[in-house]
Design a protein around this ligand. Structure first.
Ligand SMILES: C[S@@+](CC[C@H](N)C(=O)[O-])C[C@H]1O[C@@H](n2cnc3c(N)ncnc32)[C@H](O)[C@@H]1O
Length: 359
């Protein structure tokens, strides 16, 4: 299967998946560089580095994101480790040849290349990720879904500042519920009664449930449609800002909903904006804005952090909330606020409302 993928060239859904991975990495690297002593990016199903047409595979995408932030990297003391693994000897040899070149180009970066079954390297990797002051991103491509057993998922949820991204062929789950259901903690009946296109969301919800022992962990996903087949990327992070960086990448790929790669028809889900007659705003955004306004008006002790959390957990970005913040600010109901790391991490989050009763 891997040989086909790299020798035949990447499919459209592979390209979307890799674009999302690339955009997320570029968005998130500055945070990792500035906030941590060490950043480890691990790609356990790394492949040879590129397809036959020279398209960058995940290892080359990691290097390109690091290259992009090279100036920032040189200004910080962060130690960056790129941990690449593939069990196929010939893929791994091709990858090692590429790494030899990258090591010369990026001497500050430590590359580790392993030729193992991912199951064997996982315990070693876990120890690396648990070192104090370490943030990490684990990318599990293609075969990742079977690899992410409930025990391994728990291990990563329990590892501070570990982000995880993996690929799910949602269509397979629908076709083989007995095999995949137990992996996700979903019953065969639940899979049977869930629409084909909603399977991926069901999977994300199941993972989200399993993070509940750790209130800092969040799960979301992105759907990749290809004809009747549906694929998905599941993303788990330990910080709201990590979720925001991932959502930012999703909204770049799907400007209407930030949720899937399918090219909806131009009018789908779009309503006339309340904020400018000529501007078309997707229904999902309008509905979020109505809910946010309701929340702010009905909750006197709502903090700025609550607003950021509500926005990001709704799959939205600060720019989607901004018109409501501006409207209520203009009416004198609230203080102004920003959607930054400072707002999220503040030890003493500010109450948003200026007045206690609004009528
Ligand atoms: C889809 S390809 C990798 C694609 C790669 N992420 C990229 O973007 O180019 C999947 C890779 O996983 C490797 N693989 C499959 N099962 C594995 C396992 N159990 N442990 C480690 N590698 C595995 C295959 O050899 C193959 O190179």
């Amino acid at each position: 299967m891997s040989k086909d993928l790299h020798e035949e060239g990447f499919t459209e859904q592979t390209k979307v998946k890799l674009e999302l991975f690339s955009r997320y990495l570029r968005n998130a690297l500055p945070v990792f560089f500035q906030q941590f002593k060490r950043f480890v990016v691990a790609d356990l199903f790394a492949g040879p580095g590129e397809d036959r047409n020279g398209h960058d595979g995940s290892p080359a995408i990691i290097v390109s994101a690091l290259r992009y932030h090279q100036d920032l990297l040189s200004q910080t003391n962060v130690e960056v480790v790129v941990f690449l693994n593939d069990k196929d000897g010939s893929d791994c040899a091709k990858l090692r040849a590429k790494v030899n070149v990258w090591e010369v180009e990026l001497p500050k970066i430590k590359f580790i290349v392993q030729n193992e079954d991912a199951a064997n390297v996982f315990p070693i990797l876990t120890n690396v990720l648990r070192a104090p002051g370490t943030a990490s991103l684990v990318f599990l491509d293609q075969y990742g879904v079977k690899f992410v057993t409930p025990e391994r998922f728990k291990t990563m949820v329990e590892t501070s500042f570990c982000d995880l991204m993996f690929f799910v062929a949602s269509s397979y789950v629908k076709r083989f519920p007995e095999e995949f259901g137990p992996l996700f903690g979903i019953t065969v009946e639940e899979i049977g009664s869930t629409a084909h296109e909603a399977i991926h969301r069901l999977i994300c919800e199941s993972y989200e449930t399993r993070t509940q022992q750790n209130s800092n962990a969040h799960v979301t996903g992105f759907t990749i449609n290809k004809g009747k087949s549906i694929y998905g990327l599941v993303f788990m992070t330990h910080h709201l800002l990590g979720l925001q960086k991932f959502l930012d990448a999703c909204w770049k790929i799907d400007p209407d909903e930030g949720a899937s790669s399918k090219g909806d028809s131009a009018d789908d889900g779009l309503s006339l904006s309340l904020f400018g007659e000529s501007e078309l705003v997707p229904e999902k955004v309008l509905s979020f804005r109505r809910d946010l306004k309701d929340l702010i008006l009905k909750t006197p002790k709502l903090t700025e952090r609550d607003v950021v959390k509500f926005t990001i957990k709704s799959g939205m970005l600060g720019k989607h909330a901004r018109p409501i913040i501006d409207e209520l600010l203009k009416k004198g109901f609230i203080h102004d606020m920003s959607f930054t790391l400072k707002t999220v991490d503040s030890r003493d989050p500010k109450i948003l409302r200026k007045v206690t009763t609004i009528g």
